[in-house]
Ligand binder design. Structure first.
Ligand code: PLP
Length: 435
C-alpha cells in the first residue's frame, strides 16, 4: 500500500468506527460525548499552537488570545467547583495525577489509596504514576458488602502508617469515599488528602455523589471527559488548608507540579473546548447529574430483578453513573463483554474485589456506565430496555448478531445530544460532514 492509501484507509476506519458507535449503546464508564459547540473548537487553529507557563508569563509569543481563553477557562472551573484555585492545563486525568504527585510528594514517601481490585486506577498502582514517583503505596482494606473502603480499619491504618498523602477515588466508584469519617485520623497525622474525581467530576459539579473539598479533601484532580462531558483533558482544583500564605504556597506547588513538572504545551484546542463544556455544565450539569444517577439505579435494579448478581445491593447498588455486575454464572467478565460487543453494547470486563489482581484479563465482572446514554436522552424506562438487551445476550445466550439488529433500531431514537447549548442537536451530524 502507498502512504496515501494508508492514510485513506485510516480515514475509512474512522468513518466505520463512528458509524458503529452511532449504532451502539456505549457503556464504558469513562467515556462521553462532547457537545457540538465544544467539538467545533477542537479543529480550530489553536490545535497548531504552543503555550507554556501561565497567562501573562509565557515563554512564547502568539498567546494574546490564548491567555484570555485560559483565564476564562480557569474562572469557569473555579465557579463550577466553587473553589479558590483551579488549574486547567493538565492534558488528561493521569497527567493531573502525575502533577499532584510531583507537587506533594518526594521519592520514598508513603501514600495510601484504594486497592486495584477494589476499583483503583492504574495511575495509583506501583506500576503506574505512584511507582514512577518512587512512592510506597499501602492499600486500604476493602469491604465487599459495602463496596467501599472499610472505614474503621482505614482509620487505624492511617494512624499507624502516617502517610504523606492519602488518596481517594476510583475507576469503579459506586459510593462516596468516607472522607468525613476519616477526618480525625487525618488531623492526628497531618496527612494531605487528595481526591481523584476522574470518574465523578460531573456528578460532583452537578451536586450529586459528594462534595470532597468540603468534606476534608485538600485537592481534587480529574478527567474532563467522563461524567463531565468535555474534551479529553484533566484539571486540578483545590481549597488548601491554612492561612492565606500557606494556601498560596500549597497552590504554587501544584502549579509547578503541572508546569514545568509534567507538561510543556497544554493542547490549547482542548482547553477552549473545555471552556465551553464547563459553561454548559454550569448551565445544565445539575439536571444531567441527577438523571445519570437515576438511570444507573434503574439499570441496576432492573438487571437485579432479571437475575443478575449486581454488586452493592446493601446500599442500593450505586450512587454514581457506574454499576458492577458479577457475571461468573454467565461465563465470566471477558466472555460476556465480548459477546455484548458483538451485539453493539460496549462495556468492559472488570476485576471484582474478590478477584486475583494478578489476573486482570479474566475477571468475574463487567462494569457499566450510563452517563453517555443519559447524555443521549435516555431515562429510567429506556434503562429497562437496555437491561433486557444485556439479558438476551448474557443470560439467554441469544445470537448477539440478532440482538445487534434490535439495538441498532432502538438506538435510532437516541442520537440527539442533550444538556448542552445546542440542545437536541444530532450527535453524529458533525462527523457525517467530515467524510
Ligand atoms: C480514578 C481514575 N483516575 C484517573 C484516570 C485517568 O484519566 P485519563 O484517562 O483522563 O488519563 C482514570 C481513568 O479512567 C480513573 O478512573
Amino acid at each position: 500500500m502507498s502512504a496515501l492509501e494508508d492514510a485513506l484507509k485510516v480515514k475509512e476506519l474512522v468513518k466505520k468506527h463512528t458509524e458503529w458507535f452511532r449504532d451502539s449503546l456505549p457503556m464504558i464508564a469513562s467515556e462521553n460525548l462532547i457537545s457540538p459547540m465544544a467539538m467545533e473548537l477542537l479543529i480550530s487553529d489553536l490545535h497548531n499552537r504552543y503555550a507554556e507557563g501561565l497567562p501573562g508569563k509565557r515563554y512564547y509569543q502568539g498567546n494574546i488570545y490564548v491567555d484570555q481563553i485560559e483565564e476564562i477557562t480557569t474562572e469557569l472551573a473555579k465557579k463550577l467547583f466553587n473553589v479558590e484555585y483551579a488549574d486547567v492545563r493538565p492534558i488528561s486525568g493521569t497527567n493531573a495525577n502525575q502533577a499532584v504527585l510531583f507537587a506533594l510528594t518526594k521519592p520514598g514517601d508513603i501514600i495510601t489509596g484504594p486497592p486495584l481490585q477494589g476499583g483503583a486506577h492504574i495511575s495509583s498502582a506501583p506500576f503506574g504514576a505512584v511507582g514512577m514517583r518512587g512512592l510506597h503505596k499501602i492499600e486500604y482494606p476493602f469491604d465487599v458488602e459495602e463496596m467501599n473502603i472499610d472505614v474503621d480499619l482505614t482509620a487505624k491504618l492511617i494512624k499507624i502508617v502516617k502517610p504523606k498523602l492519602a488518596l481517594f477515588g476510583m475507576s469503579v466508584f459506586l459510593f462516596p469515599a468516607p472522607l468525613k469519617e476519616l477526618q480525625d485520623a487525618f488531623q492526628e497525622t497531618g496527612t494531605t488528602v487528595w481526591y481523584d474525581g476522574a470518574h465523578v467530576l460531573g456528578l460532583i459539579a452537578g451536586g450529586e455523589f459528594q462534595d470532597p473539598l468540603r468534606e476534608g479533601a485538600h485537592v481534587m484532580s480529574g478527567s474532563t471527559h467522563k461524567t463531565l462531558p468535555g474534551p479529553q483533558r484533566g484539571l486540578i482544583v483545590a481549597n488548601p488548608p491554612g492561612d492565606e500564605e500557606k494556601r498560596a504556597k500549597f497552590w504554587k506547588k501544584i502549579q509547578r507540579g503541572v508546569f514545568p513538572g509534567v507538561i510543556s504545551n497544554h493542547h490549547l484546542h482542548h482547553m477552549a473546548a473545555l471552556a465551553v463544556s464547563l459553561a454548559e455544565h454550569i448551565e445544565f450539569g445539575k439536571q444531567y447529574a441527577q438523571q445519570i444517577v437515576k438511570n444507573a439505579k434503574a439499570l441496576a435494579q432492573e438487571l437485579y430483578e432479571l437475575g443478575f448478581k449486581v454488586l452493592g445491593e446493601k446500599n442500593g447498588f450505586t450512587k454514581s453513573h457506574t454499576i458492577l455486575v458479577d457475571v461468573v454464572a454467565q461465563g465470566g467478565g471477558r466472555r460476556v463483554a465480548e459477546d455484548l460487543e458483538k451485539a453493539n453494547i460496549i462495556c468492559n470486563y472488570n476485576l471484582l474485589p474478590y478477584d486475583d489482581p494478578k489476573k486482570p484479563r479474566n475477571p468475574s465482572g463487567i462494569r457499566l456506565g450510563v452517563q453517555e446514554l443519559t447524555r443521549l436522552g435516555m431515562k429510567e424506562s429506556e434503562m429497562k430496555e437496555v437491561a433486557n438487551f444485556i439479558k438476551r445476550v448474557a443470560m439467554d445466550k441469544e445470537d448477539p448478531t440478532k440482538v445487534k439488529e434490535d439495538v441498532k433500531e432502538f438506538k435510532k431514537e437516541f442520537n440527539k445530544i442533550h444538556y448542552c447549548f445546542n440542545e437536541g442537536a444530532e450527535a453524529y451530524k458533525f462527523f457525517e460532514n467530515l467524510f
